[in-house]
Design a protein around this ligand. Structure first.
Ligand code: PEP
Ligand code: MG
Length: 885
């Protein structure tokens, strides 16, 4: 198996493994692809991801084969460029970069300008004719290599640089002359020697292998682990390494570097979009250290910026770039995010990849590209990440609300967020854990801030452009972000913030409008999202291509209305116990639970009956004939027990008994494991009057609404936590009996179904038997996961994080179905249920019904529908379509 793939120069690019991202990583595969379609790519080679996995698994050692293959590949670069690595007369310099299967922006390591030492720096100066450039490159190399490979504190070099400038009375780095930089290099080397007790490596081979090892190892850096966890990236993928001839954007005024998108990644608009810097090296743009210039004239003018756009300053290179953009879009049939360098007027492509985009942009591009004939409807459906829709389903700022705008920055990631100001990532995480909404405010962000960015509702930075770390990561996470707000200055010592002439403190409330780049004091009112336009179009396409139905988990008329607006085709789970959480009602439920005898329970139930009937009638009306699955009471008792003295006192007053008596009852009812206690159908079996009341309320409401001349209501009555056929049989007979009673009283009938949840392993195993009594099954995968894994759903949060980090479960099994394990129970129950009753209706109503990966599994086992919370309904519609394609 090849360990190394050369690209560019005279490389052949004909092995399909070279274009396979699982082998050569995203960056490597695309570099090969670009080179093969004739785009200007500096020659280089990719070490496969397999080698990094081997290296990490086999005690961090390189194989002989890898060493030999790398030597050959270096020779390939040397032939193509006509320079040799380590040649003191005319040295080849290379970059060494990571490249995982999926992009992990800024998470892993990069080394530039590798190949410089005390001898080659002179050769570079002589050959390039730029002495200052050569010494600046060497300085940067020592700094980067020492940080990344040798683990020398980055700040030590920054400090030396600052002192060098101060000593000479300089303001910016660019004022340092060749001789100053030469002195600085000496100082940098002294720092390394002091910190490492050995000199900075002069041997270029040692440099090369050191850098390769560091990139391999950066896969296991803490920040990379956090990023992987947040983005569900498996820990065993490893990263490829790309070694590539350096091209220089910092060789004077005819050189430049930039990043660009073939369409606007925020709005999706079809217009070139990007940023560049004259006389700068690669990372300068992304790092957000200098605020970059606009790519096109139109953008510059729109922003009122004075520094010239690339279109104006370098018309030839820009024209070449535009040609490359068009070639790339036609080739990849998707929006591309590229990095380029112009070295003395010549354009070089350093990277291309499918660009990250906001949900809004993803929709617009998908719909536009179908209209342009670039892709078909199916591709458009597959292209939008269902989870990203979440960004569009939440409220946005009310355009008519008053705004106290403090300042404007760049509209780096759209969406609105209000929250308390926090000034560092750890505080953001801490406050967010206390359920506080926070806005993370930083000068600029780095990969070390990733956990705080995730915890925050929004991100604000004082420095950095549209492609800065903050902007890219925020867009990826769907967090609103305003970047490069230069009016913001932060004082970490006093934990205060100045925005223009206003002084604010950590903890004060800010609102961000990421689409407008506005920063506002206080909270601003919001409005509900709109379902029209591109969103509506894509949803229409999705509906045409999906097989499974999409229902919702809802128990209030308001949730039902929201879910219908989002396209729900029925209710898959109405949790009746949730109808009682309301302050006014919970006391009747408590009275029922704490009653000493049947008479006491009946008294409480009599109070609940009219309320229930009214609720059901309103839900039936709202759902207008769509199927409604109503689950009879399933209260884990502890969720309803009073806990505070005031609650006992109030209930005691109401029931005219003593508080002590109630407390005694409560302690009698106390359960050690309430999730496995007296809940679900066990309650219905032991206290049949409860389910009788509920069944009565359902049938009375159904008769009433059907009688009103609306669409006929066909209630689906669902019995929870069933483990055996007999349990269900007893309760089905009860429901049938109440139905006949109500029909006789009302002189009217409605059709109805009785079915059950499959949420216990025994129920899944006995599904063939149980199906004799059930017209439908709904998989309660929350409890099925809890019981199959033996993991308490209430306590799992405390230890599941490390479980996922260690790869014990690929994702949190309460979020994404454990397909290997719990999935077997679902599949088996579906098969056995169908074998008994061919037309049994099968659905899922656990949280997994709104998770795209789980939805794909539901399609595979042939469920009839999924049911998700209202805001997840569009996500489920799209995911169901993707699963069917
Ligand atoms: C389930 O267990 O998956 C379910 C939907 O029921 P609940 O979450 O109410 O226990
Ligand atoms: Mg359940």
């Amino acid at each position: 198996m090849q360990t190394v793939y050369p690209f560019g120069g005279d490389a052949r690019h004909d092995d399909p493994r070279q274009r396979d991202k699982t082998v050569t990583g995203g960056k490597g595969a695309n570099l090969a692809e670009m080179a093969s379609i004739g785009l200007p790519v500096p020659p280089g080679f990719t070490i496969t991801t397999e080698e990094s996995v081997r290296y990490l698994n086999e005690g961090e050692a390189f194989s002989d084969k890898l060493r030999a293959d790398v030597a050959n590949a270096i020779a390939h670069i040397e032939r193509a460029v006509g320079k040799r690595l380590g040649d003191a007369g005319d040295p080849l310099l290379v970059s060494v970069r990571s490249g995982a299967r999926v992009s992990m922006p800024g998470m892993m390591d990069t080394v530039l300008n590798l190949g410089l030492n005390d001898a080659t720096v002179e050769g570079l100066a002589a050959n390039s004719g730029h002495k200052r450039f050569a010494w600046d490159s060497y300085r940067r190399f020592i700094q980067m290599y020492s940080d990344v490979v040798l683990g020398v504190e980055h700040g030590l070099f920054e400090e030396a640089l600052e002192i060098a400038k101060e000593d000479r009375g300089y303001f910016s780095d660019t004022e340092l002359e060749a001789k100053d930089l030469q002195a600085l290099v000496a100082e940098y080397k002294a720092i390394v020697e002091r910190e490492r007790s050995e000199p900075f490596p002069q041997d270029v081979q040692e440099q090369l292998w050191g850098a390769i090892a560091a990139v391999f190892e950066s896969w296991d850096a803490d920040r990379a682990k956090v990023y992987r966890r947040l983005n569900d990236i498996p820990s065993d993928w490893g990263t490829a390494v790309n070694v590539q001839a350096m091209v220089f954007g910092n060789m004077g005024e005819t050189s430049a570097t930039g990043v660009a998108f073939t369409r606007d990644p925020s709005t999706g608009e079809r217009a070139y979009y990007g940023e560049w810097l004259v006389n700068a090296q690669g990372e300068d743009v992304v790092a957000g250290i200098r605020t970059p210039q606009y790519l096109t004239r139109a953008r510059r003018e729109a922003a009122g910026a004075t520094l010239p756009s690339m279109e104006e300053a370098m018309p030839d290179a820009f024209a070449e770039l535009a040609r490359v953009f068009d070639l790339l879009e036609t080739h990849y049939k998707d929006m591309q995010d590229i990095e380029f360098t112009v070295q003395e007027g010549t354009l070089w492509m350093l990277q291309t990849r499918n660009g990250k985009r906001t949900a809004k942009a993803a929709l617009k591009m998908a719909v536009d590209m179908v209209a342009e004939g670039l892709i078909d409807e199916e591709t458009a459906i597959l292209r939008v990440d269902p989870m990203a829709l979440d960004q569009l389903l939440h409220p946005t700022l009310d355009p008519d609300a008053a705004r106290d705008v403090l300042a404007k920055g760049l509209p780096a990631s759209p969406g609105a967020a209000s929250g308390k100001i926090v000034l560092d990532a750890d505080t953001a995480e801490l406050w967010a854990k206390r359920e506080e909404a926070v806005i993370l405010v930083r000068v600029e962000t780095s990969p070390e801030d990733i956990h705080g960015m995730h915890a925050a509702k929004g991100i604000l930075t004082a420095r950095g452009g549209m492609t800065s770390h903050a902007a890219v990561v925020a867009r990826g996470m769907g967090r609103p972000c305003v970047s490069g707000a230069s009016a913001v200055s932060i004082n970490l010592a006093t934990r205060t913030l100045r925005i223009g002439d206003r002084e604010l403190q950590e903890g004060d409330v800010l609102t961000l409008d990421g689409a407008a780049g506005e920063i506002m004091a206080g909270r601003v009112a919001t409005i509900e999202p709109q379902m029209e336009g591109d969103f509506g179009t894509l949803m229409e396409w999705a509906d045409r291509h999906r097989r499974m139905g999409v229902r919702t988990n809802a128990e209030t008329p308001e949730d039902c209305r929201t879910a219908r607006q989002f396209g729900a085709e029925g209710i898959g789970l109405c949790r009746t116990e949730h109808m009682f959480f309301d302050a006014g009602r919970i006391s009747a439920v408590r009275a029922m639970i704490l009653a000493d005898d049947e008479a006491g329970r009946r008294a409480a139930l009599d109070r609940l009956l009219p309320e229930q009937r009214g609720d059901f009638a309103e839900i039936f009306r709202t759902m207008a004939g769509l199927p409604c699955t109503i689950r009879l009471l399933d209260p884990p008792l502890h969720e309803f027990m009073p806990t505070r003295d005031e609650e006992f006192d109030a209930l005691a007053d109401e029931l005219n008994v003593s508080a002590d008596h109630l407390k005694r009852r409560a302690s009698e009812l106390h359960e050690f494991n309430p999730m496995l206690g007296h809940r679900g159908c066990r309650l219905g079996i032991t206290f049949p009057e409860i389910y009788e009341m509920q069944a009565r309320a359902i049938f009375e409401a159904a008769c009433e609404v059907t009688g009103d001349g609306g669409e006929p209501v066909v209630p689906e009555i669902m019995i929870p936590l069933v483990a055996s056929r007999r349990e269900l049989e007893i309760l089905r007979v009860l429901v049938d009996r109440v139905a006949e009673e109500v029909f006789a009283e009302r002189g009217a009938r409605v059709d109805y179904l009785v079915g059950t949840m499959i949420e216990l392993p025994r129920a899944a195993l006995m599904a063939g038997e149980i199906a004799n009594e059930a017209r439908f099954f709904s998989f309660g995968t929350n409890d099925l996961t809890q019981t199959a894994l033996g993991v308490s759903r209430d306590d799992a949060g405390r230890f599941l994080g490390p479980y996922v980090e260690k790869g014990i479960y690929a994702r949190d099994p309460f979020v994404s179905l454990d397909i290997d394990g719990v999935g077997q129970l679902v599949e088996l129950a579906a098969e056995r249920g169908r074998a008994t009753r061919g037309d049994i209706k099968l659905g899922i109503c656990g949280e997994h019904g709104g998770d795209p990966q789980s939805i794909a599994f539901c399609e595979e086992v042939g469920l009839d529908y999924v049911s998700a919370s209202p805001y997840r309904v569009p996500i489920a519609r799209l995911a169901a379509a993707q699963a069917a394609l």
